[in-house]
Write a protein that binds this ligand. Structure first.
Ligand code: SF4
Length: 300
């Protein structure tokens, strides 16, 4: 059984993390004078504080649910929130609100006919995201392509069809998961999103993830992984291992568009998805039609 002092130390560390995050956002009411230093000294005095534990897993079943109103814009870049000379602040773990559907609807209304970055000029439709607002699993890509821009839906072109097959190979239906992108408007000519565009749009992604509070996030391609993890590491180094995003397990894998161009990499992506299935407790579906080629593979 855990010592009660360990429990208290863990709570203190959690509060200290939240206090640093709130202070870095300029919130004056949370870090009462002296509270942060008190918490820091408490956490430093415990042996477990030496290698600070990752934030706790997101609460399910609406534990500690925040209000349903719009949440403030939160830049995805925790590093950019840091005060000069201060340790980088960690945003608090995500906990799903009671009515994620309403929170997402409110966010969509708030985005409106967004003109916050130059991608608005070339878009036909803003592509917000689609799927189950209470999904256990969220896929995050980088930005809409031509087909997505035309239809206003994420991942509906050739790469989207492959993503759907990947999801089905996991034994899930597309409607059971949530799919969205880092930028909501199509970069012209399908070029990569630029840093100012990611900076302008990623707070919407952060708020979508806050609304949904999934158990697992799968990032597709380098931009989604680098944006949420605040790293410049290449996708080849990020993929295939677990990361944490605000208390949520995050697994980067290749973008389906890349897999269409490089089919020999599908095996690695399938290994990534199997890690996700294991984490979510999903069984690999048995395919009746082609049993000789292995169960549930999407790349056959
Ligand atoms: S990409 Fe995002 S920030 Fe830029 S115009 Fe579209 S919705 Fe707005």
């Amino acid at each position: 059984m855990r010592d009660v002092r360990d429990e208290l130390a863990e709570i203190a560390r959690e509060l200290a993390r939240h206090a640093r995050w709130a202070a870095a956002r300029g919130e004056r009411e949370f870090p009462l004078p002296g509270v942060l230093s008190e918490l820091d000294s408490t956490t430093r005095s415990t042996p477990a504080a030496a290698g600070e534990a990752p934030p706790r897993a997101p609460a399910r079943a609406n534990e500690g649910a925040p209000s349903e109103g719009p949440t403030p814009s939160v830049p995805a870049a925790s590093a950019s929130l840091a005060l000069p000379g201060a340790e980088p602040a960690s945003p608090p773990p995500v906990s799903r609100p009671q009515h994620p559907e309403r929170v997402l609807e409110t966010l969509r209304q708030e985005i409106g006919d967004c003109r916050r970055c130059k991608l608005c000029r070339g878009r036909t439709n803003l592509v917000f995201g689609s799927g189950n607002p209470r999904a256990r699993l969220v896929f995050v890509g980088e930005g809409p392509g031509a087909e997505e821009d035309a239809r206003g839906l994420p991942f509906v072109g050739a790469a989207g069809e492959l993503l759907t097959r990947m999801i089905e190979a996991m034994g899930l239906r597309r409607e059971e998961v949530y799919v969205c992108n880092v930028v909501k408007c199509r970069p012209p000519g399908n070029r990569n999103p630029e840093p100012d565009e990611i900076a302008a749009c990623s707070p919407f992604l952060v708020r979508q993830l806050e609304a949904i509070g999934p158990e697992v996030i799968v990032t597709l391609g380098k931009f989604a992984a680098q944006t949420l993890l605040q790293t410049a590491e290449p996708i080849s180094r990020l993929r295939g291992r677990w990361h944490r995003y605000r208390g949520i397990d995050l697994l980067p894998t290749f973008h389906p568009a890349y897999l269409l161009r490089s089919p020999h990499e599908k095996r690695k992506a399938w290994e990534d998805l199997q890690m996700v299935m294991k984490r979510l407790g999903l069984e690999t579906p048995v395919r009746k039609s082609r049993p000789a080629r292995g169960p549930g593979r999407y790349d056959e």
